[in-house]
Design a protein around this ligand. Structure first.
Ligand SMILES: *Cc1c(COP(=O)(O)O)cnc(C)c1O
Length: 366
């Protein structure tokens, strides 16, 4: 089976992790934690980075640092991984869902303003599937209403918006380093910001809100959201190779696009003229002109040894979040989108094989 995602751990990963074991620095103290944070901050053009145990914790902690809690509203896209909305719920605040736009599949900045109420405190734009969100358009609205912006860059390590790195946009940015992300620490996450107070507060709350000067004095309730030195060792080795991974993903995307363009009913992954897409997951939409439905195509590919994923469910249609508003673009994309195999390790031959199957299935059934 050709997998959808697969990490590449063939650089310094084993060496750095072995060093953690040999030196017994296996917990959350140790040199790799700081080194990994510094490497990520430098890549994103940020002053500060705070590593945490996963991407969901990064989003939760960023919201807590901003003081968001019960009674507040936070605007999030409906078409994203559920963690973006769950993190809002953990604080007691209410996620308010915004529709997607059909061109680049990102949240639609033109719809933001209609959702703002006196309770709205923040917006979490997501760089979905490796493509940046139109951040200038989001900022224009956010600034007018005094909303904080938390960029969810969990799927967009190395992507760029108008030349600026994702992870460096908005007031705070969050990454995930889950196993299928552009770079991985197994499980892991990070918050980036330029604000020294938010940075200090995030570090404080990450470590049970322990006083920096008085051990076991905890003036408030914090969390254990720390990343381990072993995870950070993996992360540092991964950052060293991120340009290679991105080049691989973009080369695969080019090959997919060249082979699949012109297949009736197949819409290719977009890239805005202002975007540098890292194609975290190379994605297509299946339209009516294609003879199989999205789910039929996925099943047929699976029979031919190709694993795929459907797009995320639109969150406003999931049981904990179901509401009375239709968000037609998010629902349509969610129903028609497929993530094709996107591991950097894939060979040109494997991608050709995948494209052959999509073309053949499209011709046959028609
Ligand atoms: C992966 C992901 C997260 C959550 O990250 P975890 O590390 O799995 O907690 C959050 N937002 C988006 C958009 C993601 O893709």
């Amino acid at each position: 089976m050709i997998p959808v995602a697969e990490p590449d751990l063939s650089g310094n990963e084993l060496k750095y992790v072995s060093e953690c074991v040999e030196t017994e620095w296996v917990s959350s103290l140790g040199k790799y934690v700081g080194a990994f944070e510094e490497a990520m901050a430098a890549r994103c053009g940020r002053r500060y980075a705070v590593s945490v145990c996963n991407g969901t914790a990064a989003l939760h902690l960023a919201l807590v640092v901003l003081g968001i809690g019960p009674g507040d509203e936070v605007i999030v896209p409906s078409l994203t991984f559920v963690a973006t909305a769950n993190a809002v719920r953990y604080t007691g605040a209410t996620p308010v869902f915004v529709d997607a736009e059909p061109r680049y599949w990102q949240l639609d900045p033109e719809r933001l303003e209609t959702l703002i109420t006196p309770r709205t405190k923040a917006v979490i734009p997501v760089d979905l599937y490796g493509h940046p969100v139109d951040m200038d358009a989001v900022e224009k609205v956010a600034r007018r209403y005094g909303l904080a912006i938390i960029e969810d860059a969990a799927e967009a390590h190395g992507a760029r918006y108008k030349g600026r790195p994702c992870g460096g946009l908005g007031d705070m940015s969050c990454f995930s380093f889950y196993g299928n992300k552009v770079i991985t620490t197994g499980e892991g996450g990070m918050i980036l910001t330029d604000d020294p107070q938010w940075y200090e507060r995030a570090r404080f709350l990450r470590d049970h809100a322990m006083s920096a000067t008085e051990r076991y004095y905890h003036p408030e309730i914090g969390f254990n959201y720390r990343l381990t030195n072993i995870q950070a060792a993996l992360g540092l080795a991964q950052v060293e190779r991120i340009d290679e991974f991105i080049a691989g993903k973009r080369r695969h995307a080019q090959q997919y696009a060249a082979r699949l363009s012109g297949v009736p009913g197949i819409t290719l992954a977009p890239e805005a003229e202002w975007a540098f897409n890292v194609y975290w997951m190379y994605s297509i939409l299946v339209g009516e002109a294609y003879p199989l439905t999205r789910d039929e195509l996925m099943a047929a590919l699976r029979q031919r040894g190709i694993d795929t994923r459907p797009f995320f469910r639109a969150i406003h249609t999931l049981p904990p979040y179901v509401g009375d508003h239709a968000l037609p673009v998010a629902e349509d994309l969610a129903a028609r989108g497929i993530n094709l195999p996107s591991a950097t390790k894939l060979t040109d031959e494997q991608i050709d094989y995948i494209c052959d199957q999509i073309i053949e299935l499209g011709a046959k059934a028609g």
